[in-house]
Design a protein around this ligand. Sequence first.
Ligand code: NAD
Ligand code: IPM
Ligand code: MN
Length: 359
Amino acid sequence: MNIVVLPGDGIGPEVADVAVACLMAVAKARGLDLAFDHHDFGGIAIDRHGDPLPPATLAACKGADAILMGAVGGPKWDDAPRRPEQGLLALRSELGLFANLRPARIIPGLEHLSPLKPEIATGADVLVVRELIGGLYFGEKSLSDDDASDLCAYSRPEIERIAHIAFAAARARRGKLTSVDKANVLATSKLWRRVVTELSAQYPDVALDHLYVDAAAMAIVTSPTRFDVILTENLFGDILSDELSVIGGSIGLLGSSSSGAPGTPALFEPIHGSAPDIAGQNRANPGGMIASAALMLGHLGHGDEAALLTDALDATLLHGTRTSDLGGYSSCSDFGTAVLAELADALADRDRPSTQAAA
Ligand code: NAD
Ligand code: IPM
Ligand code: MN
């Protein structure tokens, strides 16, 4: 398996290094053949090649089995003619990565890390299914000194394909889908609600409801456990997933997958940005990047290894190793070392004779 790694900017390379080390350990222990191929992307690619998504990086991504991305952007490039973020949008669009899945949950036993009261946060486990290559992000844009506009457009096929993903995800989870829109105001949302409602006839086992995005933003913090899967458009999904992420204690814990047509490479990245305020200080939480690596293993058909990595991440946090965003004192790299130790422990447990009953 050829994995293209795009460390990017700010804390991106710090968390990517940790995730690659974890993947190498899992691969070595379980005999997986993973090869890592690092490429410039984002601000660093602007500095080195004058382009946030150089042709060689795009070609490597297109030929990869999967892509692992850290984060891009930072104040240094905020006024660049093509910002690092535009490289990310171009990559998502070029690869047709329309389905962005962002799982957010509170790890049982870590309810005290949530800014919400434990009685509200306990049991929260939500999957955001975000449409990733349409809507306001990709509509026609204009900007002059006095006027600006961003067109928001969605077509029926664009809504249908992401809705199918969300219904199927709900079916595989707790059978509940909440579609979030602004159908009391926006034409795109009216079509969104109509198409999602029509498709629900194909999923009689999934309970569908609709919420306006403003009410959804409120419900996420007042009653997060009312949600199972949230389906929403690009911009709303961006905002609501950051909001949901802090229920577990920090945005630094959330990973994501972005995929397109079957058989094409998918991309795995934490939902956070390059965190310029802590970049270069070895303080970042690599949890979201490790969670993304686990999602990648699952996507590549290695579900067992994905669970191994997720369990090691959870155990690290539960045993008290935490970065400063979670009130702890661990560095980013020390956190990675602790995850590797949990992995080694779990693998040793598996190999102990008493656990080899099947053999
Ligand atoms: P951000 O997510 O980078 O940071 C927001 C806050 O969360 C900061 O206080 C930061 O320190 C903290 N934080 C984020 N990730 C963390 C982690 N892993 N561990 C500990 N703390 C963490 O958002 P921002 O500051 O609005 O954006 C910074 C830059 O990143 C901008 O250029 C933005 O466009 C870009 N960005 C990129 C991506 C991406 O590459 N996918 C995502 C979001 C933002
Ligand atoms: C994210 C980021 C990106 C987005 C930016 C950097 C373009 O915020 O992945 O959530 O808005 O999609
Ligand atoms: Mn975002």
